[in-house]
Design a protein around this ligand. Structure first.
Ligand code: IPM
Ligand code: MN
Length: 356
């Protein structure tokens, strides 16, 4: 029997609650589909930081490299200053594990309330390929004369030929494999960011020559936010830099029904990848059994698909669709008509009973 070793980082806030449901579903799925998942839990997060002053121990990166995948709940704690846990844990893992792609599907499932008038599941089904190790996130820049009226703050966007090219190549490959509209849109800001996006644009059209089967298109980031709302059906796969990808995928999450369902994968195609619900730790809902676990469950689905268990991932998605279309009143925390645990139970039930 195939077996995979998974590092689980439940993390902060509602992270542990949603990860518990994800693992419950994975267990049902793996036993039905004939593979095995071995979990090892890590307590990285805000609580540990408050107790020990440590975000990630130095040994963590090497240890995590030995797993087949990482399953993450959420990082972020109301008692820790913004930036410490995000940079010290989440971004550090993305960077040091060289997870250079952040893959974020935006898909409206049947039964889910969409805030866009007259848009249906067939209209909202695209994937954002976000560069995940460079850009404004690289941490380049600095501050001068801090706290004085003459303070200077510089935050630079780093775009390397290598980083841009590997991201764009991934997006073309992904678009070809996805085999939907075979259309890849570059999202940038070539009219203003004339150094960074000139590089992106040149590499994009250069690599495009190797993919004559893929239609290519370009959109400025400001315009793309407009089109996500007006014409989401235009999009198949979108490739963009780290910062723009961060922003447009929150909008993407909203048009697919909210943070309750939005999942993502931090991918290193030649290393260990990490899968997470993209919503954050939602401290005000923590411990209340009201948060929607579907985002974490969908992240688990992305993880097993990535591990090669495509049939199991398809079954999981079908089970999620049963739950959104037949059961949930809303995807919002506290308004689902079910508790967190009950939603996990429902998906588990369908995973056990639906036809494969
Ligand atoms: C995300 C989050 C992170 C990011 C934060 C928590 C650092 O917003 O995964 O999109 O900006 O990448
Ligand atoms: Mn974000």
């Amino acid at each position: 029997m195939k077996s995979y070793n998974i590092a689980v980082i439940p993390g902060d806030g509602t992270g542990p609650e949603v990860v518990r449901e994800g693992v419950k579903v994975l267990d049902a799925l793996s036993s039905r589909m004939g593979f095995k998942l071995n979990y090892q839990y890590y307590d990285f997060g805000g609580e540990r930081y408050l107790k020990t002053g440590e975000t990630l121990p130095d040994s963590a990166i090497d240890e995590l490299k030995k797993f087949d995948a990482i399953y993450l709940g959420a990082i972020g704690h109301p008692d820790v200053k913004p930036g410490i846990l995000e940079k010290g844990i989440l971004l550090r893992l993305r960077f040091e594990l060289d997870q250079y792609i952040n893959l974020r599907p935006v898909k409206l499932y049947p039964g889910v309330d969409c805030p866009l008038k007259n848009k249906k599941p067939e209209d909202i089904d695209f994937v954002v390929v976000r560069e995940n190790t460079e850009g404004l996130y690289a941490g380049a820049g600095g501050v001068l004369r801090k706290g004085t009226p003459d303070e200077v703050a510089i935050q630079e966007s780093i775009n390397t030929r290598k980083g841009v090219e590997r991201c764009i190549r991934f997006a073309f490959e992904y678009c070809r494999k996805r085999n939907k509209d075979k259309k890849l849109t570059l999202c940038g800001k070539t009219n203003v960011l004339t150094y960074a996006f000139d590089l992106w644009e040149r590499v994009f059209y250069e690599v495009a020559k190797e993919y004559p089967d893929i239609k290519v298109d370009y959109a400025h980031v400001d315009a793309i936010t407009m089109w996500f709302v007006k014409n989401p059906e235009w999009f198949d796969v979108i490739v963009t830099d780290n910062m723009f990808g961060d922003i447009i995928t929150d909008l993407g999450a909203m048009i697919q029904g909210g943070m309750g369902i939005a999942a993502g994968g931090n991918i290193n195609p030649r290393g260990v990848s990490m899968f997470e619900p993209i919503g954050g730790s939602a401290p005000k809902y923590a411990g209340k059994n009201v948060i929607n676990p579907l985002a974490a469950i969908c992240a688990a689905g992305m993880m097993i698909e990535y591990l090669g268990e495509k049939k199991a991932a398809d079954l999981l998605e079908k089970a999620v669709i049963e739950v959104t279309s037949r059961h949930l009143k809303s995807l919002a925390a506290g308004q689902m008509g079910y508790t967190t645990t009950e939603v996990g139970d429902l998906v588990t039930k369908y995973v056990g009973t639906l036809e494969v």
